[in-house]
Design a binder for this molecule. Structure first.
Ligand code: FAD
Length: 505
């Protein structure tokens, strides 16, 4: 690589999975002048593993979803870092708000109804112009009407379906399934294989150690090959991409500024939605603004409760909360109303005394505004309201707050009815901002062989991050893939089409 290529200054905004993957890949391509600017004081973004209970918990990403064509799986499986979470999210009990546990034969048939629709929806949604919510609802009640299900109490079935919709909202990060595009749902490609692979006793942070090669060093503060290349606690406040010299100027919240040849933006779609009008100077092209507006971004949060000892039987994996309508009246219009959207608590791998709950939508966002003691008291109310065991006083509590944090503004992206209406998608978000330039001379060739230079589009501001992934959005493998995609875009621009062999981790 010629010196000029190697020394081009590349600044990546955000040290989440996408930014870290992009930076480490650029270094593998041979680029030397690579810097990440990160608003938080840590690496990882929506990967956030913290000590808790007897081990660690993940406040954000937790599982590697699938094996085939999954970059994260490919990296982790070489080191035997993953294992199946098992049937925790299949064998849960369905418990009503009067503590009645649905009999196995009813619960298993209701689970089968929604499970079957998982298969058929892949075919049927192709022709769907409506929402995922209306499709799932008609499907569920159609299957419920079949003679073999005639004995299921429709009231209980309705409670089950209410709960199931909350679960689906947690998969999408939507507030309601009516927001989710039925056809757009198929944009997401599920990787074949086990979709709930956990990182044993290590947490998802282990992926960052793999990417930065700091794994051998084993101290949590080690940045591996990113040492000296990350500016922490620095927020980019302005991206000026219209300079005469075809470079990009960044202003930081501490008053500093820097000029780069290339900038790669990996901040969440939530941050872009809230800040793009102030962040970019001049404003982004219309198609990009439409993508930011049309792609959807929502909130899912987790609630971890640690007990002095497990109060549940060994084979119990958790429970979902089926509210009876008359019991909901007890909490609606009270300070406990937010609890309606906590949809289940489940066992956590390598944490024998911990239960993890999930909460969605506006109530999940409201939860973030409450004091931890109040949130924990709410969780204890649910345990004592739904479970018939004696529930001991908790030892520890931690919840996530992805919406309130100005560096995230939510949890992950999905395809909404607005995405359809605006006719936009991930490729519009991924499209780089370019300037017209002369083709850079190809490295490693004698001058005699270099073809005459011609005019080309030089990417100066690029976009990565999970939301820019065409088919793996909302995941870490999508974020990593997007980071690598943008590293390759630059390598291609400078004629470095093949990454060196050492890139095979
Ligand atoms: C609760 C939850 C559960 C999840 N579960 C899973 C799961 O099990 N499996 C899975 O694959 N995925 C899961 N995900 C999704 C996954 O975490 C994300 O898709 C992925 O981590 C996103 O990475 P990213 O690099 O695109 O964005 P981010 O991780 O958001 O990184 C962007 C970075 O930019 C920084 N930043 C923002 N603004 C600025 C600024 N102005 N200046 C400088 N820096 C800035 C942020 O601090 C952040 O570090 C989950 C997410 C959440 C929230």
């Amino acid at each position: 690589m010629s010196k000029s290529h190697r020394d081009h200054k590349i600044v990546i905004i955000g040290a989440g999975a996408s930014g870290v993957a992009c930076a480490t890949k650029l270094l593998e391509y041979g680029f030397q002048n690579v810097l990440i600017v990160e608003a938080e004081s840590r690496l990882g973004g929506r990967i956030h593993t913290i000590p808790f209970g007897e081990n660690v918990i993940d406040l954000g990403a937790q599982w590697c979803h699938g094996e085939q064509d999954n970059i994260v799986y490919e990296l982790a499986s070489q080191h035997d870092l993953l294992e199946s979470t098992g049937p925790v999210y299949e064998n849960y009990q369905c418990v009503r708000s009067n503590r009645e546990v649905l009999p196995d034969n009813v619960a298993s048939r209701l689970k089968a109804i929604v499970g079957d629709s998982l298969v058929t929806r892949q075919l049927e949604l192709q022709h769907c112009s409506g929402s995922l919510g209306s499709y799932l609802s008609s499907k569920f009640y159609e299957m419920l009407r079949r003679p073999e299900n005639a004995d299921i109490d429709p009231v209980v079935a309705g409670e089950f379906f209410d709960n199931y919709q909350k679960f689906e909202n947690s998969v999408e990060a939507s507030d309601t399934l009516e927001e989710v595009s039925g056809r757009g749902y198929l944009d997401y490609w599920e990787c074949e294989g086990d979709i709930l692979l956990n990182w044993k006793d290590k947490g998802f942070v282990e992926l960052l150690r793999l990417l930065t090669r700091s794994r051998e060093l084993q101290t949590s503060s080690d940045l591996g090959i990113l040492e000296q290349r990350v500016l922490f606690n620095r927020r980019v406040t302005k991206i000026n991409w219209n300079r005469n010299d075809a470079r990009v100027e960044l202003q930081l919240n501490n008053g500093e500024s820097c000029v780069a040849d290339h900038v790669i933006v990996t901040v969440s779609l939530g941050v872009l939605k809230e800040q793009h009008l102030q962040l970019f100077e001049p404003q982004l092209p219309v198609a990009k603004q439409r993508a930011i507006q049309g792609l959807a971004f929502g909130t899912v949060n987790k609630l971890f409760v640690e007990f002095p000892a497990a109060f549940w039987p060994e084979d119990w994996t958790g429970f979902t909360l089926l509210w009876r309508q008359q019991d909901l009246a007890d909490i609606r219009n009270t300070p406990l109303a937010w609890l309606e959207d906590v949809f289940g608590f489940y066992r956590v791998s390598y944490q024998p005394r911990v239960l993890a709950g999930w909460i969605i939508n506006a109530n999940g966002r409201h939860m973030e505004s409450l004091q931890p003691a109040e949130v924990l008291a709410g969780c204890m109310y649910l345990f004592r309201r739904f479970l018939h065991w004696h529930i001991p006083e908790p030892l520890g509590f931690r919840s996530s707050a992805w919406y309130t944090n100005p560096y995230f503004r939510g949890s992950y992206s999905f395809r909404s009815m607005d995405t359809e209406r605006l006719g936009t998608g991930a490729s519009d978000l991924a499209q780089p901002l370019t300037v017209v330039a002369m083709t850079p001379p190809s490295p490693g060739r004698s001058k005699m062989l270099v073809p005459p230079q011609s005019r080309c589009d030089k990417p100066i501001v690029q976009f990565a991050g999970e939301a820019s992934s065409e088919h793996y959005y909302s995941t870490v493998h999508g974020a990593v893939e997007a980071g690598w995609r943008e590293a390759k875009r630059l390598a291609d621009f400078y004629g470095l089409s093949v990454a060196p062999a050492k890139s095979q981790l």
